[in-house]
Ligand binder design. Structure first.
Ligand code: SF4
Ligand code: SF4
Length: 362
């Protein structure tokens, strides 16, 4: 069985609009087949860490919002808070960052919701009983949506190797506790120099794993169940995580989280091979792209979509002084990563297939 992946090039004729091309692509790929009438539609996107300029322009989101509205849907743009300490780790900072990067109502004609709430603790547990993840902790607003649309900027990633639809859906939709589950096989720990003794972590730890001595908290790893809740409730960034998960297991967990996000609901996915930076949009900087811009792809199958995206990228020569990769660009950029582990695992768990038919839309 193969999935259909639709592709349109950014090489256009004079006076043609890339936004019109995007609309044509999504319609050719079948977005109108979804019954949007009065449905809440989560458009999952990465708003970009301030300072990064490779993230997707809000103009693309506005066009997808317009299509969804024309089909009767109620769209909102959404992402979850980050696990790392930056400018998107709680809903207020995250919204400020999104607005700064152009994701506001005036630009997108659509509201922006941080799906896992003020502190990144508003989550829904979706039971999937997979190899690594038994119950995925998904941002509440994404879990509550009727329909999922992913808009993913394709790029490299220092830990996963590659970021596309699966990473945007899986890692991106995890609450802070969910992200902890994917990134770490260990337990969180407390940095004494940061701890203010406010007791919030102790009050929120259902396992009773945190004690306090001399106004400094301490986690007992034997009692801690690794739920990650304390990370979100600490306002002082004192609770930290071992980012120790292997690239293979990280990608497999991401695939399982992506599976949870789209479980039992219509989902449609769009990848953008544009400004393909070597690192994630979570970085507050971005390097020159590794290849020239290629275009947009759309599919109902996020695994096929990611595989087709990587294949197109690998067929393109690397530019801007990146060393030639011999057709494996993402491994060349981050040699300790295994970018395809998540796609293979996604296929195994029934998220999609790596076999695809590429259909060009002009
Ligand atoms: S919530 Fe943070 S600052 Fe407050 S006691 Fe716990 S670790 Fe310390
Ligand atoms: S991760 Fe969960 S169980 Fe462990 S200390 Fe934090 S709140 Fe308690």
């Amino acid at each position: 069985m193969e999935s259909k992946v639709y592709f349109t090039s950014m090489k256009i004729s004079h006076h043609e609009s890339l936004l019109d091309r995007l609309e044509k692509l999504t319609k050719a790929a079948g977005i109108e087949q979804i019954d949007f009438q009065n449905k809440f539609v989560a458009i999952k996107i990465h708003f970009g860490e301030p300072g990064n300029l490779a993230y997707l322009r809000p103009n693309y989101a506005r066009r997808i919002v317009s299509i969804v509205k024309s089909l009767g849907g109620k769209p909102f743009l959404t992402d979850c808070n980050t696990l790392y300490v930056g400018r998107r780790k709680n809903a207020l900072d995250h919204l400020s960052s999104a607005f700064e990067n152009g994701y506001n109502y005036f630009q997108t004609d659509c509201h922006t919701i941080i799906a896992d709430g003020l502190r990144g603790t508003d989550e829904a547990e979706i039971v999937i009983n997979k190899e690594f993840v038994k119950s995925a902790k998904i941002g509440r607003a994404i879990a509550d949506a009727d329909i999922i649309i992913s808009m993913s900027h394709v790029k490299g990633h220092g830990l996963a190797g590659f970021g596309g639809a699966l990473k945007n859906l899986g890692m991106g939709s995890g609450s802070r506790a969910g992200k902890h589950e994917m990134h770490s096989s260990g337990k969180p720990f407390i940095r004494e120099d940061k701890c203010k003794g406010c007791m919030m972590c102790i009050k929120n730890c259902a396992a009773g794993a945190i004690t306090m001595t001399d106004k400094k908290s301490k986690i007992n790893p034997d009692l801690c169940v690794g739920c990650g809740r304390c990370i979100g409730v600490c306002s002082f960034d004192a609770i930290r995580v071992d980012w120790n998960e292997s690239s293979v297991n990280l990608n497999k967990k991401i695939a399982e989280y992506a599976f949870a996000v789209v479980l039992d609901k219509p989902a449609f996915h769009i990848n953008f091979i544009i400004d393909v930076s070597p690192d994630c949009d979570c970085d507050a900087t971005n390097n020159v792209p590794i290849i020239a811009n290629i275009g947009f792809l759309a599919s109902f199958d996020p695994v096929a979509l990611d595989k087709a995206s990587v294949d197109l990228i690998n067929q393109a020569p690397m530019i801007n002084g990146y060393e030639d990769s011999k057709n494996n660009h993402f491994t060349a950029l981050n040699p300790n990563t295994t970018w395809d582990a998540g796609l293979k695992h996604g296929e195994k768990i029934g998220l999609g297939t790596m076999n695809y038919q590429l259909i060009e839309v002009k």
